[in-house]
Design a protein around this ligand. Structure first.
Ligand code: ADP
Ligand code: TYD
Length: 211
């Protein structure tokens, strides 16, 4: 089977990193060759970019922010994601291009055409094979994100910002229901994990049957 790109999306605190860890463990038990990664910061350049513009108190222009997420993604696609897909691996990324559509598009207010052009340049046309959106009401997500360490500049955004981001994700699910699956994420870690595994294993078995 050729490599597959699976992405996890959701507003901050929705449980993406938790579910990515649990999913990778389960897939490895099932003998899949899995690489886990994240945006921003999936490469060493990306980690430096992340520190420079996300983990800072400096004012960052929204245009600079859009382009820095894009720079992080271009490096990620060229040096980690594509090479891993070419080796037949299953790449799971905690966030990818849909995050730019949601955060910089709906969140910051860049027009969709601008955001889509920047995304196309950054991804070089690469699209996820499957995306799982962990959908958590904004007040719950803010509560969770506030409880953990390592908060970044975006964590200080207000509820209205996150509502716009969440709605943009839901919009993608209407446009691309085959690729972009919405999973309610207010239940226990284990309950969500079992739904995530069902979705991913169902998808991978279908792909296997096709190959
Ligand atoms: P994200 O990567 O989407 O920001 P995390 O996986 O880091 O989210 O989870 C945010 C916080 O919520 C962490 O403290 C995590 O332990 C906790 N958490 C994750 N999943 C759940 C869940 N299903 N129920 C309650 N708390 C959760
Ligand atoms: P991070 O701490 O990695 O994520 P999380 O809170 O999901 O664990 O922070 C990444 C932040 O960057 C998060 O607030 C979402 C934001 N972001 C964008 O605004 N646009 C993007 O394209 C990406 C990939 C992330």
């Amino acid at each position: 089977m050729e490599g597959k790109l699976i992405t996890l999306e959701g507003i901050d605190g929705s449980g993406k990193s938790t579910q990515m860890r649990m999913l990778a463990e389960e897939l490895r038990l099932r003998k899949f060759d899995v690489v886990t990664t994240m945006e921003p910061g999936g490469t060493s350049l990306g980690r430096r970019l992340r520190q420079a513009f996300l983990e800072t108190t400096e004012n960052v222009s929204p245009r600079a922010e859009l382009l820095l997420f894009a720079a992080d993604r271009a490096q990620h696609v060229d040096f980690l994601i594509r090479p891993s897909l070419n080796e037949g691996k299953i790449v799971i990324s905690d966030r990818f291009a849909d995050a730019t559509f949601a955060y910089q598009g709906a969140g910051r207010g860049f027009p969709p055409e601008t955001v889509n052009e920047v995304i196309l340049l950054a991804t070089d046309g690469l699209k996820p094979d499957l995306t799982i959106f962990l959908d958590l009401p904004v007040d719950k997500a803010i509560g969770r994100a506030g409880n953990r360490t390592g908060n970044n500049r975006m964590d200080s955004e207000n509820a209205a910002f996150y509502e716009r981001v969440r709605n943009a994700y839901l919009e993608i699910s209407k446009r691309e229901p085959e690729r972009f699956k919405v999973l309610p994420a207010a239940e226990s870690r284990e309950a969500i994990h079992s739904r995530v595994v069902d979705l991913v294993v169902g998808f991978l078995s279908k792909e296997r049957a096709v190959v």
